[in-house]
Design a protein. Structure first.
Length: 266
């Protein structure tokens, strides 16, 4: 079978372990539909998935290297059963090492972490897209410096893996100000920032797109939308991995008065 180039995806993964909570699932119906559609429209079933989650922040880049990653219940205040969720997808020590070697060719240092498991920025979109949990997953951290340009370079270094049937996903949120969720201000701010994000990510000129992303703090309502940019930085990796391909908004949802979006490149 001829290997086709995989797209790259930025996914707004929503709040907490929502697919596992009956009362929360209806709020994310549009996101659920969109994620399933994304999975069904891939050029072929990926051989593996690399996920850059906003929930894993380290001083230097790290990659999960366990063959059987554990679960990371990195949330609080949810029903007891959500602390016993299992998404038993395998890991891939081989892919982890390939990532380390690939980044080294670009003078980027990355360390293997055999202890890191699957946080909810990973298993939430994955259980919707690939419910069989049979595709190997390797997670990649973001640097806690949150330097946008550095993460664009990281994505560019990873882009070659797209041609080896590896799906690269950035998992975060287009708006992440938890204290404002549900407020009138959140609705205004998230919509304003999303308008800027859409204009930026769909721009046909990669140079302009990346310059705008590096200067993202200058966007309207930027710091109100992202007081701390941990959930925005995975998007920088995806934009870097996209190369010359402009983005397409594939999900536009509104949950608790917050506009949240997901994008596909390629």
């Amino acid at each position: 079978m001829k290997i086709k180039t995989q797209p790259v995806l930025f996914i707004s993964h929503g709040g907490g372990p929502w697919p596992y909570i009956e009362d929360m699932r209806p709020h994310f119906a549009r996101t659920t539909y969109g994620l399933r559609k994304l999975a069904n429209e891939l050029p072929q079933v990926p051989s593996a998935v690399i996920i850059v989650s906003g929930h894993w922040q380290t001083p230097g880049f790290q990659v999960s290297s366990s063959a059987h990653p554990a679960m990371e219940y990195d949330y609080s205040g949810f029903p007891e059963h959500t602390y016993h969720i299992s998404y038993p997808a395998p890991g891939s020590p081989e892919l982890a090492q390939k990532i380390i070697d690939t980044l080294a060719l670009k003078n980027l240092s990355c360390q293997a972490n055999p202890e890191r498991g699957l946080d909810h920025g990973i298993f939430v979109p994955m259980v919707i897209m690939f419910p069989e949990a049979n595709i190997p997953i390797v997670s990649l951290s973001i640097r806690s410096s949150f330097n946008a340009a550095e993460h664009l370079v990281l994505g560019d270094a990873l882009s070659c893996l797209r041609h080896e049937n590896v799906l690269i996903i950035g998992s975060g949120l287009s708006y992440h100000n938890l204290r404002q969720f549900g407020s009138t201000e959140a609705g205004i701010v998230s919509k304003t920032f999303e308008d800027w994000l859409f204009t930026t990510l769909t721009h046909p000129d990669k140079t302009i797109r990346n310059h705008r992303l590096i200067k993202w703090e200058q966007a309207p309502e930027a710091r109100k939308a992202h007081p701390r940019e941990d959930h925005l930085i995975p998007l920088m990796v995806i934009a870097g991995a996209a190369g010359d391909e402009p983005g397409e908004r594939v999900i536009l949802d509104e949950v608790w008065n917050v506009t949240m979006s997901s994008y596909r490149f390629g």
